[in-house]
Write a protein that binds this ligand. Sequence first.
Ligand code: PBG
Length: 324
Amino acid sequence: MRRIRRDAFSRRLVRENHLRADDLIYPVFVLDGSNREEKVPSMPGVVRQSIDLLLRQAEQCLQLGIPAIALFPVIDPSLKSLTAGEAFNPDGLVPRAVQQLKQRFPELGIITDVALDPYTSHGQDGLIDEKGYVLNDETVSVLERQALTHAQAGADIVAPSDMMDGRVASIRTILDRHRCIHTRILAYSAKYASSFYGPFRDAVGSAATLGAGNKYTYQMDPANSNEALWEAGLDIQEGADMIMVKPGLPYLDIVRRIKDEYGVPTFVYQVSGEYAMLKAAAMNGWLDEEACVTEALLSCKRAGADAILTYFALDVAAWLQKHG
Ligand code: PBG
């Protein structure tokens, strides 16, 4: 074995997996206002920014060869409610961001998150009953309208991350009915009730609204694996174009099983907590950032991921460019 490993040329010849800019999706946090930028303390290097500043980052993505960005809104608390009506306001923050991005950079793919947590006063991904239980079908009827609003604003991909049952079929139906025939659905099929989402909830402000609440009645139990195949199978049948596994590194066995079972485009989300861990260690000089981030993302590829959502996307694309 060591004859093959001896020299860089032969290591390169037998390398089975590669990380490329084409594999990356950059998740971004968008705020209302203009010329506004706020740091996210638990995610050093990540900011929340207004649309005008976001346009500059979008341009950077294009220059670095990153195919798409995923938008996550920071909604003003005054717009949050029990009914989450702001989620399908055609003049809301997300539709405005999508319109401006598509107008300036039509070739950059825009992915929007379909879930109600930025819009509910309690931070849950759906509408709740008097006991706080997240109602399935009532939520799906709001998600449909949210997805349609995003698609009509020009979103290329809508990505339901809510984990309600039947939402992919409902979204596909409403999109078809309104002739949004090109809008792709990226289904968060295997989305686990993970503690690695903590920094994200700080970033979008849902940590405060959620309080001591949890998402165990709809997100998946980290102990389960067969259930992820069942979920992915349903979402594919319902009309998903792509499947997502989330978080990334702790769940790469799930990526591999889904890929082997269905062979569909399978994405993985290296989530906020994974970013925070790597960043904190790198900032302390305990880990080599470029080497460890690259290794973690390459592991996603090896597990079968077609694309990776990562807050490191700009850095990784720049490293790849540097090494030619
Ligand atoms: C909510 C949503 C979450 C993330 C993306 N969309 C958090 C949650 O479910 O509470 C997490 C992403 C990350 O941690 O980077 N619909």
